[in-house]
Write a protein that binds this ligand. Sequence first.
Ligand code: HEM
Length: 435
Amino acid sequence: MRIALRGGFESRGPSGATHGVVLSWRDRARVPCSRELWCHSPVVDLLAPAFVANPHPHLHALRAEDPVHWSERHRAWVLTRHADVQRAFRTRSLSSEHTGVGDQRDPIVRVLHNWMEFRDPPDHDRLRRLVQRAFTPRVIEGLRPRIGALVDEMLAALRNAGGGDYMEAFAYPLPATVIAEMLGVPVSDQVTFRGWSEDIKGVVFGGLEDEERFQKARRGFLELEGYFRELIAHYRAAPEDNLLSALADTGSELADDEIVGTSVLLLFGGHETTSNLLSNGLVALRDFPAVRRELERDPSGIPRAIEEFLRWDGPTMLMVRLCTEDVEIGGATLRAGDRVFLHQTAANRDPARFADPDRVDPARPDLQSHVAFGYGTHYCLGAPLARLEAAIVFERILRSYPDLEVGGGALEWRRTMLARNLDRLPVGFGSRAAA
Ligand code: HEM
Protein backbone atom coordinates (compact mmCIF):
# COMPACT_ATOMS: atom_id res chain seq x y z
CA MET A 1 0.00 0.00 0.00
CA ARG A 2 1.28 3.44 -0.87
CA ILE A 3 1.07 5.75 2.08
CA ALA A 4 0.84 9.43 1.25
CA LEU A 5 2.27 11.72 3.80
CA ARG A 6 0.68 15.06 4.50
CA GLY A 7 1.77 17.94 2.33
CA GLY A 8 3.32 15.55 -0.13
CA PHE A 9 6.09 14.33 2.14
CA GLU A 10 6.80 10.79 1.32
CA SER A 11 9.19 8.43 2.93
CA ARG A 12 9.67 4.95 1.58
CA GLY A 13 12.55 2.66 2.32
CA PRO A 14 14.30 0.55 -0.32
CA SER A 15 12.12 -2.45 0.51
CA GLY A 16 9.02 -0.36 -0.06
CA ALA A 17 8.40 -0.16 3.66
CA THR A 18 7.64 3.32 4.89
CA HIS A 19 9.90 5.10 7.33
CA GLY A 20 6.68 6.57 8.72
CA VAL A 21 7.07 10.18 9.58
CA VAL A 22 3.75 11.96 9.98
CA LEU A 23 0.72 10.47 8.30
CA SER A 24 -2.27 12.64 7.54
CA TRP A 25 -5.61 11.98 9.20
CA ARG A 26 -7.09 10.78 5.96
CA ASP A 27 -4.36 8.23 5.35
CA ARG A 28 -3.57 6.92 8.73
CA ALA A 29 -4.46 3.43 9.73
CA ARG A 30 -6.01 2.42 13.00
CA VAL A 31 -3.12 1.64 15.27
CA PRO A 32 -3.14 0.32 18.83
CA CYS A 33 -2.61 3.03 21.40
CA SER A 34 -0.89 2.52 24.72
CA ARG A 35 -4.05 3.35 26.58
CA GLU A 36 -5.25 -0.16 25.68
CA LEU A 37 -7.87 1.03 23.29
CA TRP A 38 -7.85 1.52 19.58
CA CYS A 39 -7.38 5.05 18.51
CA HIS A 40 -6.63 6.98 15.37
CA SER A 41 -3.13 8.32 15.57
CA PRO A 42 -0.49 9.57 13.17
CA VAL A 43 2.66 7.47 12.98
CA VAL A 44 5.72 9.41 13.97
CA ASP A 45 9.25 8.13 13.72
CA LEU A 46 11.67 10.68 15.11
CA LEU A 47 14.57 8.65 13.72
CA ALA A 48 13.23 8.20 10.18
CA PRO A 49 15.78 9.45 7.63
CA ALA A 50 13.28 11.92 6.15
CA PHE A 51 12.55 13.29 9.60
CA VAL A 52 16.22 13.60 10.53
CA ALA A 53 16.98 15.35 7.22
CA ASN A 54 14.34 18.01 7.89
CA PRO A 55 12.10 17.56 10.93
CA HIS A 56 10.29 20.87 10.62
CA PRO A 57 7.52 20.09 8.08
CA HIS A 58 6.76 16.86 9.91
CA LEU A 59 6.59 18.63 13.24
CA HIS A 60 4.33 21.32 11.78
CA ALA A 61 2.00 18.57 10.54
CA LEU A 62 2.03 16.76 13.86
CA ARG A 63 1.43 19.95 15.84
CA ALA A 64 -1.51 20.84 13.61
CA GLU A 65 -3.09 17.40 13.71
CA ASP A 66 -2.29 15.80 17.03
CA PRO A 67 -0.37 18.24 19.24
CA VAL A 68 -0.35 15.97 22.29
CA HIS A 69 0.52 12.76 20.54
CA TRP A 70 1.03 9.26 21.90
CA SER A 71 3.80 7.62 19.87
CA GLU A 72 3.61 3.87 19.86
CA ARG A 73 6.94 3.81 18.03
CA HIS A 74 8.76 5.63 20.84
CA ARG A 75 6.34 4.68 23.61
CA ALA A 76 6.14 8.28 24.68
CA TRP A 77 3.89 11.31 24.47
CA VAL A 78 5.23 13.91 22.05
CA LEU A 79 4.31 17.50 22.96
CA THR A 80 4.70 19.94 20.09
CA ARG A 81 2.87 23.15 21.08
CA HIS A 82 4.94 25.89 22.70
CA ALA A 83 2.39 26.45 25.48
CA ASP A 84 2.26 22.72 26.34
CA VAL A 85 6.04 22.29 26.27
CA GLN A 86 6.59 25.34 28.45
CA ARG A 87 3.95 24.13 30.89
CA ALA A 88 5.44 20.63 30.93
CA PHE A 89 8.87 22.05 31.82
CA ARG A 90 7.25 23.61 34.93
CA THR A 91 5.05 20.71 35.97
CA ARG A 92 6.31 19.01 39.12
CA SER A 93 4.55 15.74 38.35
CA LEU A 94 6.70 15.42 35.20
CA SER A 95 9.89 14.07 36.70
CA SER A 96 13.41 14.32 35.30
CA GLU A 97 14.31 11.05 37.00
CA HIS A 98 13.65 8.95 33.94
CA THR A 99 16.99 7.21 33.64
CA GLY A 100 15.97 4.80 36.42
CA VAL A 101 18.09 3.74 39.37
CA GLY A 102 19.02 0.49 37.64
CA ASP A 103 22.12 -1.54 38.25
CA GLN A 104 24.71 0.66 39.94
CA ARG A 105 27.47 -1.63 38.62
CA ASP A 106 26.72 -0.24 35.16
CA PRO A 107 28.83 2.91 34.65
CA ILE A 108 26.12 4.44 32.44
CA VAL A 109 23.59 4.18 35.24
CA ARG A 110 26.06 5.26 37.92
CA VAL A 111 27.16 8.43 36.14
CA LEU A 112 23.79 9.51 34.74
CA HIS A 113 22.13 9.00 38.11
CA ASN A 114 24.36 11.76 39.46
CA TRP A 115 23.58 14.30 36.75
CA MET A 116 21.50 17.15 38.21
CA GLU A 117 19.69 17.16 34.87
CA PHE A 118 18.23 13.76 35.76
CA ARG A 119 17.38 14.52 39.39
CA ASP A 120 14.35 16.19 40.93
CA PRO A 121 14.47 18.58 43.89
CA PRO A 122 15.76 18.46 46.57
CA ASP A 123 18.78 16.49 45.24
CA HIS A 124 18.75 18.54 42.06
CA ASP A 125 18.90 21.84 43.95
CA ARG A 126 21.79 20.68 46.14
CA LEU A 127 23.82 19.55 43.11
CA ARG A 128 23.04 22.69 41.15
CA ARG A 129 23.71 25.19 43.94
CA LEU A 130 27.32 24.12 44.27
CA VAL A 131 28.12 24.52 40.60
CA GLN A 132 26.05 27.65 40.06
CA ARG A 133 28.79 29.83 41.53
CA ALA A 134 31.07 29.05 38.57
CA PHE A 135 28.45 30.15 36.05
CA THR A 136 27.47 33.62 37.19
CA PRO A 137 27.49 36.26 34.44
CA ARG A 138 30.52 37.92 36.07
CA VAL A 139 32.61 34.74 36.12
CA ILE A 140 31.62 33.93 32.53
CA GLU A 141 32.40 37.44 31.30
CA GLY A 142 35.91 36.99 32.75
CA LEU A 143 36.47 34.21 30.20
CA ARG A 144 36.00 36.58 27.24
CA PRO A 145 39.70 37.29 26.49
CA ARG A 146 40.68 33.61 26.60
CA ILE A 147 37.73 32.52 24.43
CA GLY A 148 38.53 35.32 21.97
CA ALA A 149 42.14 34.13 21.71
CA LEU A 150 41.04 30.52 21.10
CA VAL A 151 38.55 31.60 18.44
CA ASP A 152 41.18 33.70 16.64
CA GLU A 153 43.69 30.87 16.73
CA MET A 154 41.28 28.20 15.46
CA LEU A 155 39.74 30.35 12.74
CA ALA A 156 43.19 31.39 11.51
CA ALA A 157 44.21 27.72 11.34
CA LEU A 158 41.06 26.91 9.36
CA ARG A 159 41.78 29.74 6.95
CA ASN A 160 45.43 28.74 6.58
CA ALA A 161 44.26 25.25 5.68
CA GLY A 162 42.07 26.81 2.97
CA GLY A 163 38.91 25.57 4.71
CA GLY A 164 37.85 22.11 5.83
CA ASP A 165 35.33 20.53 8.16
CA TYR A 166 34.05 23.31 10.42
CA MET A 167 32.78 20.73 12.95
CA GLU A 168 36.09 18.94 13.31
CA ALA A 169 38.36 21.97 13.08
CA PHE A 170 36.30 24.47 15.03
CA ALA A 171 32.77 23.81 16.34
CA TYR A 172 33.82 20.80 18.49
CA PRO A 173 37.27 21.79 19.70
CA LEU A 174 36.38 25.34 20.71
CA PRO A 175 33.69 24.65 23.35
CA ALA A 176 35.49 21.44 24.38
CA THR A 177 38.67 23.38 25.10
CA VAL A 178 36.78 26.11 26.97
CA ILE A 179 35.01 23.70 29.33
CA ALA A 180 38.10 21.50 29.75
CA GLU A 181 40.11 24.56 30.81
CA MET A 182 37.36 25.68 33.20
CA LEU A 183 37.32 22.23 34.78
CA GLY A 184 41.12 22.01 35.02
CA VAL A 185 41.73 19.20 32.53
CA PRO A 186 45.36 19.31 31.34
CA VAL A 187 45.78 20.25 27.67
CA SER A 188 47.55 16.98 26.96
CA ASP A 189 44.40 15.00 27.88
CA GLN A 190 41.95 17.06 25.89
CA VAL A 191 42.11 14.99 22.71
CA THR A 192 41.21 11.82 24.62
CA PHE A 193 38.20 13.67 25.99
CA ARG A 194 36.77 14.16 22.56
CA GLY A 195 36.73 10.40 22.00
CA TRP A 196 34.98 9.67 25.31
CA SER A 197 32.43 12.36 24.71
CA GLU A 198 31.73 10.90 21.27
CA ASP A 199 31.28 7.46 22.87
CA ILE A 200 28.71 8.59 25.43
CA LYS A 201 26.81 10.78 22.97
CA GLY A 202 25.01 7.80 21.44
CA VAL A 203 23.27 7.06 24.72
CA VAL A 204 22.73 10.57 26.03
CA PHE A 205 21.23 11.92 22.82
CA GLY A 206 19.37 8.74 21.90
CA GLY A 207 19.64 7.26 18.47
CA LEU A 208 19.82 3.88 16.90
CA GLU A 209 19.01 1.26 19.44
CA ASP A 210 21.87 -1.16 19.07
CA GLU A 211 24.01 -3.01 21.55
CA GLU A 212 27.27 -1.79 20.01
CA ARG A 213 26.29 1.79 20.81
CA PHE A 214 25.66 0.86 24.43
CA GLN A 215 28.96 -0.98 24.68
CA LYS A 216 30.82 2.07 23.36
CA ALA A 217 28.97 4.35 25.77
CA ARG A 218 29.64 2.02 28.68
CA ARG A 219 33.36 2.09 27.89
CA GLY A 220 33.32 5.91 27.53
CA PHE A 221 31.53 6.40 30.87
CA LEU A 222 33.86 3.96 32.63
CA GLU A 223 36.99 5.66 31.33
CA LEU A 224 35.69 9.16 32.05
CA GLU A 225 34.70 8.09 35.54
CA GLY A 226 38.15 6.68 36.27
CA TYR A 227 39.84 9.72 34.77
CA PHE A 228 37.85 12.21 36.84
CA ARG A 229 38.29 10.20 40.04
CA GLU A 230 42.06 10.52 39.68
CA LEU A 231 41.96 14.18 38.74
CA ILE A 232 39.66 15.04 41.65
CA ALA A 233 42.02 13.24 44.08
CA HIS A 234 44.88 15.22 42.56
CA TYR A 235 43.16 18.60 42.99
CA ARG A 236 42.00 17.68 46.49
CA ALA A 237 45.64 17.26 47.44
CA ALA A 238 46.90 20.25 45.45
CA PRO A 239 44.03 22.65 44.66
CA GLU A 240 44.27 25.12 41.79
CA ASP A 241 41.98 27.85 40.51
CA ASN A 242 39.57 25.65 38.57
CA LEU A 243 36.14 24.06 38.79
CA LEU A 244 37.31 20.56 39.72
CA SER A 245 39.29 21.93 42.69
CA ALA A 246 36.17 23.83 43.80
CA LEU A 247 34.00 20.71 43.46
CA ALA A 248 36.59 18.55 45.23
CA ASP A 249 36.51 21.01 48.11
CA THR A 250 32.75 20.84 48.77
CA GLY A 251 33.34 18.80 51.94
CA SER A 252 30.45 16.51 52.81
CA GLU A 253 27.97 18.39 50.65
CA LEU A 254 28.70 16.25 47.57
CA ALA A 255 29.59 12.56 47.51
CA ASP A 256 32.50 11.58 45.25
CA ASP A 257 30.13 9.86 42.80
CA GLU A 258 28.19 13.12 42.56
CA ILE A 259 31.35 15.13 41.88
CA VAL A 260 32.32 12.70 39.13
CA GLY A 261 28.80 12.77 37.66
CA THR A 262 28.74 16.57 37.72
CA SER A 263 32.15 16.78 36.05
CA VAL A 264 31.04 14.47 33.23
CA LEU A 265 27.81 16.46 32.81
CA LEU A 266 29.70 19.75 32.55
CA LEU A 267 32.18 18.32 30.11
CA PHE A 268 29.43 16.85 27.97
CA GLY A 269 26.84 19.64 28.33
CA GLY A 270 29.59 22.19 27.88
CA HIS A 271 30.47 21.27 24.36
CA GLU A 272 28.16 18.80 22.63
CA THR A 273 25.39 21.40 22.60
CA THR A 274 27.37 24.58 22.02
CA SER A 275 29.04 23.04 18.98
CA ASN A 276 25.58 22.62 17.43
CA LEU A 277 24.79 26.28 18.04
CA LEU A 278 28.02 27.30 16.30
CA SER A 279 27.24 25.10 13.29
CA ASN A 280 23.47 25.54 13.02
CA GLY A 281 23.96 29.29 13.36
CA LEU A 282 26.36 29.26 10.43
CA VAL A 283 23.77 27.35 8.39
CA ALA A 284 21.19 29.99 9.34
CA LEU A 285 23.52 32.69 7.98
CA ARG A 286 23.88 30.70 4.76
CA ASP A 287 20.13 30.28 4.37
CA PHE A 288 19.31 33.90 5.26
CA PRO A 289 21.93 36.01 3.46
CA ALA A 290 20.05 39.24 4.17
CA VAL A 291 20.42 38.57 7.90
CA ARG A 292 24.14 37.96 7.39
CA ARG A 293 24.56 41.21 5.44
CA GLU A 294 22.70 43.15 8.11
CA LEU A 295 24.88 41.68 10.88
CA GLU A 296 28.05 42.49 8.93
CA ARG A 297 26.78 46.06 8.67
CA ASP A 298 25.71 46.28 12.31
CA PRO A 299 27.31 43.64 14.60
CA SER A 300 25.38 44.97 17.59
CA GLY A 301 22.53 42.72 16.40
CA ILE A 302 24.57 39.53 16.97
CA PRO A 303 23.19 38.67 20.45
CA ARG A 304 19.64 38.89 19.06
CA ALA A 305 20.61 36.78 16.06
CA ILE A 306 21.99 34.11 18.40
CA GLU A 307 18.61 33.88 20.15
CA GLU A 308 17.06 33.38 16.71
CA PHE A 309 19.58 30.64 15.82
CA LEU A 310 18.66 28.91 19.10
CA ARG A 311 14.97 29.12 18.24
CA TRP A 312 15.23 28.32 14.54
CA ASP A 313 17.30 25.12 14.78
CA GLY A 314 18.41 24.76 18.37
CA PRO A 315 21.13 22.32 19.54
CA THR A 316 18.79 19.97 21.41
CA MET A 317 15.52 18.74 19.97
CA LEU A 318 13.68 17.33 22.93
CA MET A 319 13.86 16.73 26.66
CA VAL A 320 12.41 13.65 28.35
CA ARG A 321 10.20 13.48 31.44
CA LEU A 322 8.35 10.75 33.32
CA CYS A 323 4.83 11.23 34.77
CA THR A 324 4.80 10.53 38.50
CA GLU A 325 1.01 10.95 38.61
CA ASP A 326 -1.80 11.50 36.11
CA VAL A 327 -1.53 14.94 34.56
CA GLU A 328 -3.68 16.90 32.06
CA ILE A 329 -1.78 18.58 29.24
CA GLY A 330 -3.36 20.21 26.22
CA GLY A 331 -6.61 18.34 26.77
CA ALA A 332 -5.04 14.88 27.09
CA THR A 333 -4.58 12.82 30.24
CA LEU A 334 -1.04 11.56 30.63
CA ARG A 335 -0.94 8.63 33.02
CA ALA A 336 1.48 7.96 35.87
CA GLY A 337 4.42 6.01 34.45
CA ASP A 338 4.12 7.49 30.92
CA ARG A 339 7.18 8.91 29.21
CA VAL A 340 6.89 12.41 27.74
CA PHE A 341 8.97 14.12 25.04
CA LEU A 342 8.99 17.90 25.38
CA HIS A 343 9.74 18.70 21.77
CA GLN A 344 11.71 21.94 21.82
CA THR A 345 12.28 22.04 18.06
CA ALA A 346 8.52 21.83 17.49
CA ALA A 347 7.71 24.35 20.24
CA ASN A 348 10.24 26.83 18.90
CA ARG A 349 8.51 26.87 15.53
CA ASP A 350 4.95 26.97 16.82
CA PRO A 351 3.15 29.57 14.68
CA ALA A 352 0.81 30.25 17.61
CA ARG A 353 3.84 31.61 19.48
CA PHE A 354 6.17 32.91 16.75
CA ALA A 355 4.88 34.63 13.62
CA ASP A 356 6.34 33.17 10.41
CA PRO A 357 8.35 30.68 12.49
CA ASP A 358 10.45 29.16 9.68
CA ARG A 359 12.12 32.49 9.02
CA VAL A 360 15.21 33.72 10.88
CA ASP A 361 14.26 37.21 12.02
CA PRO A 362 16.45 38.75 14.72
CA ALA A 363 14.03 41.68 14.90
CA ARG A 364 11.09 39.59 16.10
CA PRO A 365 9.66 40.96 19.35
CA ASP A 366 9.46 37.69 21.30
CA LEU A 367 13.03 36.43 20.78
CA GLN A 368 13.62 35.27 24.34
CA SER A 369 10.55 33.04 24.46
CA HIS A 370 12.27 30.08 22.86
CA VAL A 371 12.77 26.95 24.95
CA ALA A 372 16.16 25.96 23.51
CA PHE A 373 17.71 26.19 26.98
CA GLY A 374 14.68 24.54 28.61
CA TYR A 375 12.55 26.33 31.16
CA GLY A 376 12.06 26.36 34.94
CA THR A 377 13.97 24.20 37.41
CA HIS A 378 16.44 22.69 34.95
CA TYR A 379 16.98 25.80 32.83
CA CYS A 380 20.43 25.41 31.29
CA LEU A 381 23.14 26.27 33.77
CA GLY A 382 25.62 26.94 30.98
CA ALA A 383 23.42 29.33 28.97
CA PRO A 384 25.56 32.43 29.73
CA LEU A 385 28.69 30.56 28.63
CA ALA A 386 27.09 29.24 25.44
CA ARG A 387 25.79 32.73 24.59
CA LEU A 388 29.21 34.29 25.19
CA GLU A 389 31.05 31.70 23.06
CA ALA A 390 28.54 32.12 20.23
CA ALA A 391 28.68 35.93 20.41
CA ILE A 392 32.47 35.94 20.14
CA VAL A 393 32.47 33.37 17.31
CA PHE A 394 29.88 35.11 15.13
CA GLU A 395 31.37 38.53 15.79
CA ARG A 396 34.81 37.26 14.63
CA ILE A 397 33.44 35.41 11.61
CA LEU A 398 31.37 38.35 10.40
CA ARG A 399 34.06 40.93 11.04
CA SER A 400 37.25 39.13 10.05
CA TYR A 401 36.12 36.30 7.79
CA PRO A 402 33.29 37.67 5.65
CA ASP A 403 34.33 35.22 2.95
CA LEU A 404 33.81 32.13 5.13
CA GLU A 405 31.13 30.14 3.31
CA VAL A 406 29.38 26.84 3.91
CA GLY A 407 30.16 24.45 1.04
CA GLY A 408 27.51 23.12 -1.31
CA GLY A 409 25.85 19.73 -0.99
CA ALA A 410 23.24 18.32 1.35
CA LEU A 411 23.77 18.67 5.07
CA GLU A 412 24.46 15.40 6.88
CA TRP A 413 22.53 15.34 10.15
CA ARG A 414 23.32 12.78 12.79
CA ARG A 415 20.59 10.23 13.40
CA THR A 416 19.59 11.03 16.98
CA MET A 417 16.29 12.05 18.52
CA LEU A 418 17.59 14.52 21.04
CA ALA A 419 20.16 16.63 19.23
CA ARG A 420 20.21 18.66 16.03
CA ASN A 421 23.75 17.76 15.23
CA LEU A 422 25.63 17.92 11.92
CA ASP A 423 28.12 15.16 11.22
CA ARG A 424 30.21 17.41 9.00
CA LEU A 425 30.02 20.98 7.76
CA PRO A 426 32.47 21.70 4.94
CA VAL A 427 33.47 25.36 4.74
CA GLY A 428 35.71 27.29 2.41
CA PHE A 429 36.87 30.84 1.91
CA GLY A 430 35.29 32.50 -1.09
CA SER A 431 36.21 35.46 -3.20
CA ARG A 432 35.19 38.19 -0.77
CA ALA A 433 38.31 39.65 0.86
CA ALA A 434 38.76 39.31 4.62
CA ALA A 435 38.79 42.61 6.45
C1 HEM B 1 23.81 26.26 23.13
C2 HEM B 1 24.25 25.46 24.04
C3 HEM B 1 23.40 24.75 25.03
C4 HEM B 1 22.11 24.32 24.94
C5 HEM B 1 21.14 24.48 23.78
C6 HEM B 1 21.77 23.67 26.19
C7 HEM B 1 20.54 23.11 26.48
C8 HEM B 1 20.16 22.70 27.73
C9 HEM B 1 18.82 22.30 28.08
C10 HEM B 1 17.63 22.27 27.14
C11 HEM B 1 18.82 21.99 29.39
C12 HEM B 1 17.59 21.59 30.23
C13 HEM B 1 17.56 20.12 30.54
C14 HEM B 1 16.20 19.65 31.03
O1 HEM B 1 15.27 20.44 31.20
O2 HEM B 1 16.07 18.44 31.21
C15 HEM B 1 20.17 22.15 29.87
C16 HEM B 1 20.59 21.88 31.15
C17 HEM B 1 21.90 21.96 31.52
N1 HEM B 1 22.96 22.46 30.81
FE1 HEM B 1 22.90 23.18 28.94
N2 HEM B 1 22.86 23.71 27.00
C18 HEM B 1 23.87 24.37 26.35
C19 HEM B 1 25.13 24.66 26.82
C20 HEM B 1 25.59 24.30 28.04
C21 HEM B 1 26.90 24.58 28.55
C22 HEM B 1 27.97 25.38 27.83
C23 HEM B 1 26.98 23.99 29.78
C24 HEM B 1 28.08 23.94 30.78
C25 HEM B 1 29.28 24.25 30.65
C26 HEM B 1 25.70 23.39 30.05
C27 HEM B 1 25.37 22.73 31.21
C28 HEM B 1 24.09 22.35 31.56
C29 HEM B 1 23.75 21.78 32.85
C30 HEM B 1 24.70 21.51 33.99
C31 HEM B 1 22.38 21.53 32.81
C32 HEM B 1 21.53 20.91 33.92
C33 HEM B 1 20.80 22.00 34.65
C34 HEM B 1 19.83 21.47 35.69
O3 HEM B 1 19.45 20.30 35.62
O4 HEM B 1 19.49 22.25 36.58
N3 HEM B 1 24.88 23.59 28.99
N4 HEM B 1 20.97 22.59 28.84
